[in-house]
Design a protein around this ligand. Sequence first.
Ligand code: 8YV
Length: 329
Amino acid sequence: AVRRPSVLVARAVFPEAVQRLRAHFDVEANEADEDWSAEELIRRLQGKAGALLTGTQRIDDALLRACPTLRIAANMTVGYNNFDVAAMDAHGVVGTNTPDVLTETTADFGFALLLAAARRVTESEHYLRAGRWTRWSYDLFAGAEVHGTTLGILGMGRIGQAIARRGAHGFGMRVLYHNRSRLDAAIEADCRATWVDKDTLLRESDHVVLVLPYTPQNHHIIGAAELARMKPTAVLVNLARGGIVDDAALAQALRDRRIAAAGLDVFEGEPAVHPGLLEVPNVVLTPHIASATVRTRRAMVDLAVDNLIAYLTEGRALTPVNHPREPRP
Ligand code: 8YV
């Protein structure tokens, strides 16, 4: 009998997804509540698995050298900064991600964080739960306005555009964006968004949302100097990746009220969070859940599984991030 391809599922996923894979492949799944270390991942991939279903594990030259049978790594995320794409190209290994299926859900959460931070939702809830609410007062948790203000979006891919549409059409905001390249006029018109340089965006925006990919060029693209350019009444939202923001500088800016507030779903070195951020009241902190609705998380896992099935059975991935010239056989 022909040997079935073997797939390693490195992170806990819906049982139905593992079952779908088992219909085609030999599957080893991580059913523990813990991520495998890099060494453990290599050990389990070595000499057996042709495919990997993953989320954040680093796929680099060292792993690819150690695991010559690996042909595809399917991320159940849209961001793929865990892939060393040049190394994957060199080794003939395909990477896939999960674009589109999480766009609108993630954009929704951008507004959840923006509104929560601007309107001090979590801070005021803590106050209420602590039994400190004794009377009405005109300035009780008075926050920053969101509707009708100027929204700055740094990174204008699918999620950036979905946030722009919400801001322009739903909240009557003026939308500025900065991106390496300008969008087509038709998309700009649909999003009612205007391209500006990064400094203009930081200076003129009432609120700034970060939705750009994490690349070496984008490391600490928001640091002390950039925070100093923002309005003291501004809210900063990071939906993208930790490392795009210098979290130490941000904690200091929030403490000094150089900006009003922040809403953060991602952190440098997560799941660890910079202690300075835990100490300031004017920040809303969530554990990387912007795409986490039941429906969207299923769609992300399903798309990753579909990628594995399509590549291993037909040789063509659905949403590849690279096209190696000589794919591993
Ligand atoms: C993931 C994300 O849920 O898709 C992405 O890039 O950041 C999130 O949607 C997260 O990476 C956890 O795997």
